[in-house]
Design a protein around this ligand. Structure first.
Ligand SMILES: [Fe+2]
Ligand SMILES: [Fe+2]
Length: 314
């Protein structure tokens, strides 16, 4: 066959070279852990028991819980299109097998977080496939903006994404502690176990790739982190602080009610405190790589963030 013909028949993405030689043993280790620690939301949680335990809660509380866990389900689902784009990019860029495997695991794991969350919403009185409030309909799609992602390199973008996983992990830890019902508690615990691996992946990427970034790129990463946090995640996803007034009140009330009854939720005031502390921790984590995270006035106030705490064992 003549070479010009061959060019036409090669599909895009051209898969060759299909890289199989392992490059990153620490990433491969995470992949092995993911295989060992796989779980099944349908089987590993006793849904009938949970249904029985929640049946007698007041209608208003069940509705608040269903709304809250529907929101959790949308958030978890929001990570899957992001993951799909990263998988596609990993194939296009001929990245090593363990990177593609981790991204595929990430998609699968976020999907099971989604599943566990919509099942809880269902038991509480009904999963809502679309937000009832118009405002939320606009917020959730802003969760993933591929144009923004494409301005970063694959590894830098994924590392930035895991900073959000760190933040949501801190919130989920508080929600795990809040959960009074075994089924909800277990779901939170199993989700957290997966998230710990996602966060670890980010730490590996930072260690391996952040040294090579120049000051301008580091500045951009910090700015992107702040932009996404303020532009979508504080608008009802991580916290209600940036929601429009009436929606902030309504949504905040529902969350407070779900937290009061131990449905694996957090009170809006508690959320702000957790986010502020997590931001401090994230700044410490990225400090060795000199990635500047701008101040987030909604949660940290208008003055400069407090000086970085020095860990006792540093
Ligand atoms: Fe998740
Ligand atoms: Fe995650």
């Amino acid at each position: 066959m003549d070479a010009s013909m061959l060019e036409e028949t090669i599909q895009n993405p051209n898969p060759y070279p299909v890289v199989a030689a392992p490059h990153y043993d620490d990433v491969w280790h995470l992949c092995q852990q993911a295989r060992d620690l796989a779980w099944d939301p349908a089987r590993d949680i006793d849904w009938e028991q949970l249904r029985g335990e929640l049946a007698d809660l007041p209608g208003e509380v069940r509705a608040a819980g269903a709304e809250w866990w529907s929101l959790r389900a949308w958030m978890e689902h929001g990570a899957t299109p992001y993951g799909a784009e990263r998988f596609r990019q990993a194939v296009f860029e001929h990245l090593p097998f363990e990177i593609k495997q981790h991204v595929a695991n990430f998609i699968q794991e976020e999907l099971r977080h989604h599943e566990a969350s919509y099942r809880i919403a269902d038991v509480l009185g009904g999963y809502q496939p679309s937000p009832r409030s118009d405002y939320f309909k606009l917020v959730i799609p802003k969760f993933h903006d591929e144009k923004e992602e494409r301005q970063m390199s694959f590894y830098a973008g994924m590392a930035v994404n895991t900073l959000f996983e760190q933040l949501s992990g801190e919130l989920l830890t508080a929600r795990y502690r809040n959960a009074r019902y075994e089924g909800i508690r277990k779901a939170c615990k199993l989700i957290l176990r997966d998230e710990a691996r996602h966060i670890q992946f980010g730490r590996i990427l930072m260690k391996r790739f952040f040294e090579a970034l120049d000051a301008e790129e580091k500045q951009m990463l910090g700015a992107k982190f702040a932009k996404k946090l303020r532009g979508s995640l504080l608008n009802g996803v991580y916290s209600v602080v940036n929601l429009v007034e009436d929606e902030r009140k309504r949504s905040g009330r529902a969350r407070a009610l779900a937290a009061e009854y131990g449905l694996g939720a957090t009170h809006p005031d508690e959320e702000v405190e957790i986010i502020a502390n997590a931001l401090q921790q994230i700044r410490e984590d990225v400090a060795p790589y000199e990635v500047p995270i701008p101040r987030i006035p909604e949660v940290e106030g208008e003055s400069d963030p407090p000086a970085r705490r020095v860990a006792a064992n540093a």
